[in-house]
Design a protein around this ligand. Structure first.
Ligand code: ATP
Length: 502
């Protein structure tokens, strides 16, 4: 993670928000390369799920909506995370991401150590030894096996266990409070009145904007069951512990689809089909299929209305975590809005000549998490020969050409030869009309390649003396293999088109 964060800052992908004021926890800014990568991910998603399909329409709803929407959806009453406070260190923890492990000394249970999800084994052992020392049992043998294996989520800990727990940053036991619900929606006030009637919310998901517009889209008459509505947009959650870089932030972006199906449709088969489509899409933008796994939520942990949820998990630098949630939500959301708004959410199905409130499958993906997954998959350190044939270490971001921030870099071999520069600039201007390309005339050619490797530019195009004196061909260099071949301009454009837009 450190390497990725370092490269992101050094090369202008991602910065901490408000950095000149010391940063602002849970918020990030995307620099010149980051915004390109981000836009490319969103465009690829929109292109593949909206433009290239006949059954999905796009939408862009407002971020602040009528507060009744969040009442109907259940967010006002139920959208919270369990929070535990440490009275000593004043740290706050998400209780479902906090665990306790038993400290067994000479075979006797003497207390528990608390640790956050993802903590490594040596840290947990160190804390257990701290507890042991504080109990004046320095010589006692610690059961490391139990410490490593017997973990309980803090939300399931008993009062007695809590009283015996050494919190992650405390010096005494029993400093953690019982978990309580912490509301995640950001509140604001709308209009000139500052009383309670003016309270509104920044949306914590884009999905409700889709349900709220479902009727508008059905009434415009372009859709028939099954069909989907897709939306990309910002979402805000006052996360208790934003962490792991852009993985969990307080302002983020989502790409969500509500896919409406008939109540009697084979939802299990359609759910499976969505899981496969989503997996294939992640692979198409450069994630390796081996890094993606499925987490099927156990029935007893599902919300009462939910039929099934499978999360696509990805191997992030900080561990395997949720990237894409794919949920079958029955007709719950539309029925809630039907009841609260008094407007019918029924659709007339031409095929079956029946009227019903459709059920829904919801694939919900975070832009920022996708970007972190893409950065993780792309980050590579390898060794390649330099101009003089000497093997050198290089950092290369192996982005898929579809989403790479810069698609190609154009280099005149020498900057002081106007004939080379003229041809190179002409080609640069031509390619720039279609793609984000980069022109670089300064420095040794090997160094210029290396600079592009580090930001993941898939192709280097060099204009040399053969180009101007012989046949007009240019050298096309592949970032990953470093192989070079000569191509004509027409071949170059066909090739780039296939790789970038194909
Ligand atoms: P988690 O359990 O990690 O908090 P969640 O199950 O609450 O996530 P959903 O409500 O299903 O997440 O949101 C759908 C998607 O939105 C997630 O799969 C993730 O990609 C993205 N997402 C959710 N919360 C955040 C966040 N705080 N920062 C960045 N992306 C997020």
């Amino acid at each position: 993670m450190e390497d990725i964060v370092g490269l992101c800052k050094r090369r202008g992908f991602i910065f901490a928000s408000s950095e000149i004021y010391g940063g602002y926890n849970g918020f990030y800014d995307y620099g010149p390369l980051g915004v390109e990568l981000r836009n490319n991910i969103k465009q690829a998603w929109w292109r593949d799920f909206v433009h290239r399909r006949d059954d999905i329409e796009g939408l862009d709803s407002s971020i602040i909506m009528h507060p009744k929407i969040w009442k109907a959806s259940g967010h006002v009453d139920g959208f919270s995370d369990p929070l535990a406070d440490c009275k000593e260190s004043k740290k706050r923890y998400r209780a479902d991401q906090l665990f306790i492990a038993p400290v067994i000394l000479d075979g006797e249970l003497c207390g528990y150590v608390g640790f956050v999800e993802g903590a490594d084994a040596p840290t947990i052992v160190k804390r257990a030894k701290k507890l042991r020392d504080s109990l004046d049992k320095k010589q006692a043998t610690l059961d490391e096996e139990a410490l490593a294996t017997q973990h309980t989520e803090f939300t399931d800990a008993t009062e007695e266990q809590r009283a015996q727990t050494l919190a992650p940053e405390a010096t005494a036991v029993g400093t953690l409070t019982a978990p309580r619900a912490f509301k995640l929606m950001f509140e604001t006030k709308v209009g000139p009145l500052a009383d309670d009637s003016a309270v509104a919310y920044l949306r914590p998901e884009t999905a409700q904007g889709i349900f709220a517009n479902y009727k508008n889209i059905v009434d415009t008459g372009r859709v028939k069951i099954p069909f989907g509505i897709a939306q990309i947009g910002k979402a805000f959650r006052n996360e208790i512990t934003p962490r792991n870089f852009i993985f969990r932030s307080r302002e983020f972006e989502q790409m969500e689809i509500e896919y409406f199906i008939a109540p009697e449709a084979d939802w299990k088969a359609l759910h499976r089909d969505w899981i496969d489509q989503c997996t294939n899409w992640l692979v198409s933008i450069g994630l390796s299929p081996e890094g993606i796994t499925e987490d099927i939520h156990p029935t007893e942990k599902l919300a009462f209305y939910s039929q099934a949820t499978t999360d696509l998990m990805y191997q992030f630098p900080h561990g395997e975590q949720e990237l894409w949630g794919i949920a079958c939500r029955s007709d719950y959301d539309l029925k809630q809005h039907q009841q609260h708004s008094g407007k019918s959410m029924e659709i007339f199905d031409e095929a079956s000549k029946s009227k019903y409130v459709p059920h829904v499958i919801e694939p919900s993906l975070g832009v920022d998490r996708t970007l972190l997954a893409v950065l993780t998959a792309a980050y590579t350190e390898d060794e390649v020969p330099n101009d003089k044939g000497k093997v050198e270490k290089r950092t290369v971001m192996k982005f898929s050409p579809k989403i790479a921030p810069v698609k190609a870099a154009i280099f005149p071999l020498l900057k002081n030869k106007p004939e080379l520069v003229e041809v190179a600039e002409k080609l640069y201007k031509k390619l720039q009309r279609r793609w984000n390309v980069f022109y670089d005339a300064s420095g040794a050619i090997g160094r210029r390649y290396r600079r592009q490797d580090e930001i993941g530019t898939p192709y280097g195009i060099t204009i040399d003396f053969d180009t101007i004196e012989k046949d007009g061909t240019v050298t096309l260099r592949d970032r990953d293999t470093c192989e070079q071949r000569r191509v004509t301009e027409a071949e170059l454009i066909d090739f780039l088109e296939e790789q970038i837009d194909g």
